[in-house]
Ligand binder design. Sequence first.
Ligand SMILES: NC(=O)c1ccc[n+]([C@@H]2O[C@H](COP(=O)([O-])OP(=O)(O)OC[C@H]3O[C@@H](n4cnc5c(N)ncnc54)[C@H](O)[C@@H]3O)[C@@H](O)[C@H]2O)c1
Length: 316
Amino acid sequence: MNILITGSAGFIGFHLAKNLLKKKQNNVFGIDNFNNYYSKKIKKKRNSILLKEKNFFFYKINLSKRKRIENIFKKNKFDIIFHLAGQPGVLYSFKNPKSYKINNLLATKHLCEVAAKNKVKKFIFGSSSSVYGDQKKFPISENSKKKPINYYAKTKYQCEKIVKKNFSSKEFSYQIFRFFTVYGSFGRPDMFIHKLLNSIKKNKLISLHNHGKNYRDFTYIDDVVNVLVKSVNKNFQNDILNICKSKPIKNNKLIKIISNLYGKKAKLNLIGKVKGEMLVTHGCNRLLKKNMKHKKFTSIEKGLKQTIKDFKKYNM
Ligand SMILES: NC(=O)c1ccc[n+]([C@@H]2O[C@H](COP(=O)([O-])OP(=O)(O)OC[C@H]3O[C@@H](n4cnc5c(N)ncnc54)[C@H](O)[C@@H]3O)[C@@H](O)[C@H]2O)c1
């Protein structure tokens, strides 16, 4: 099977590619432009691990350039696409909205149109829990009202619509997954867990938003990858599914667990609420469990233990 993964040098794309490459009948094609939103060193390290496999093929291209995508589709025929490339980050969307327009909206539009024109049957898109915004009722189910409160979330919701528009007809199928705060080895340095690990390592102060009272539905990367891999052989009914553990943790509690496992305390700078940030993310995973038969989620202790072990081993 020929599988295309966009954002293959990114956190989730890398772990997904690594898993799919284990099956030697799979050819995995990765696309990434190694953008500099966070350290290119990590992206290059992830890519170098993937390039060790004979069945991995990599294209360094920018998905906002339509011609470059068309050239790749001329050379290869893909059975399925995982679209995980994009501009993530909630707070950065206030600083650099243009990057979200280009790397989320434009990139997704180009990829979807070229893929549909080339009759790729299955399209899987990595969306975000942020499309729900601040909710009052928990856990948040897939049909809860969407109230995106920052530009990142708005573009992700718009991308979902682009995917639906291109892959809703009978000859195609799509699957949209809304990820909830994914963490694990080689995690993103702009996200809380790796930010905290880096600050502990360097004895630096870390700002703790909302005095550590935000809740996040931390979901371990292996659980996410497990679901994504299962979706390769599944017949979709054009679904939207949350991927979440559905057990949110207060950041203050998370810091205690991490400090204990690391063996060193974090230096915290307590600050108030931050504009555009959700106070609680707590997804419902009932549909996910039913449709994808993923019943057991990794405990936060086990997931963090592995994350910290690899953080110390690889120094990233
Ligand atoms: N990690 C999470 O907790 C989380 C939560 C919700 C949603 N998501 C979504 O899942 C997807 C993957 O997230 P991630 O954590 O792996 O992010 P990531 O930033 O680590 O990976 C994204 C990759 O896409 C690449 N990229 C960006 N724009 C590109 C372009 N125009 N052309 C080619 N490559 C481009 C980047 O270089 C990067 O390597 C993203 O779309 C993100 O919005 C992630």
